[in-house]
Design a protein around this ligand. Structure first.
Ligand code: SAH
Length: 220
């Protein structure tokens, strides 16, 4: 990719820069080698504005326009690791595609991703970006994630990249028996990343620690 190579020439996206990020994530408790490998592989600088490319491999959230952010790499790694730990399923529903970074990290690790984004411009850009990166096992949809995506339900995994006061009922319904859902829950600024596992009609919830996300907005 021309754009990437140009930037690579001046070292901001060099192997060493990426290795430093991976080291940092390890120090901060990320254990999954498959996930760390993906953090190393996915060119995060292509998911942010060129003006921010030099900061793309810092472990920090960055603005992507329209009031939204690209998630912090640690958060993406933690959510992916939690989703995939012991995961034997095939399909994952993602709510909040944003720029598509989390989608790109997860895509090679599962069979199929269905991803929903309410801001049309972000949806279009993410779709194009992932195609440019030769990622083909993702189906995109503009729409309201509170409704999930009934058409392809149930999902073995559900990953929500925006926070709400509670887990939307529709998402719990669209989770397959044996499946798991990862989502930040709580008020702005002090949310808890939770994991819900479903065993037929029984749902169990555990906390994975404090996080901070943009809100899951209601409606289109
Ligand atoms: N996954 C992204 C981060 C996304 S930030 C990454 O890898 O960086 C959260 C995203 O959720 C934003 O793009 C926002 O527009 C979207 N969002 C918020 N409410 C939503 C809703 N109800 N349905 C779908 N997407 C929503």
């Amino acid at each position: 990719m021309q754009h990437g190579n140009n930037i690579q020439g001046i070292g901001m996206t060099s192997a060493r820069t990426r290795d430093r990020l991976v080291e940092r994530l390890k120090q901060n408790g990320i254990r999954s080698n498959a996930v760390l490998e993906q953090i190393r592989n996915v060119p995060r600088h292509l998911f942010v504005d060129e003006a921010l490319a030099s900061r793309a491999y810092e472990d920090t959230a960055l603005p992507i326009g329209l009031g939204q952010t690209i998630s912090q790499p640690w958060v993406v790694a933690r959510m992916t690791e939690a989703l995939l730990d012991g995961f034997t399923g095939e399909s994952v529903l993602e709510i909040g595609t944003g720029c598509g970074y989390q989608t790109a990290v997860l895509a090679p690790l599962v069979r199929k991703i269905y991803t929903v984004e309410r801001i049309r411009e972000l949806y279009l850009k993410a779709k194009q970006r992932l195609r440019e990166l030769d990622i083909y096992n993702v189906q995109f949809r503009p729409g309201d994630g509170w409704e999930g995506w009934p058409k392809y339900a149930p999902y073995d995994g559900i990953l929500v990249a925006a926070a709400a006061p509670e887990v939307p009922q529709k998402l719990l319904e669209q989770l397959a028996p044996g499946g798991r859902l990862i989502m930040p829950v709580g008020p702005a600024g002090r949310q808890d990343l939770i994991m819900v596992t479903r065993d037929n009609d029984h749902y169990e919830q555990v906390s994975l620690g404090a996080v901070s996300f943009v809100p899951l907005v209601k409606g289109k």
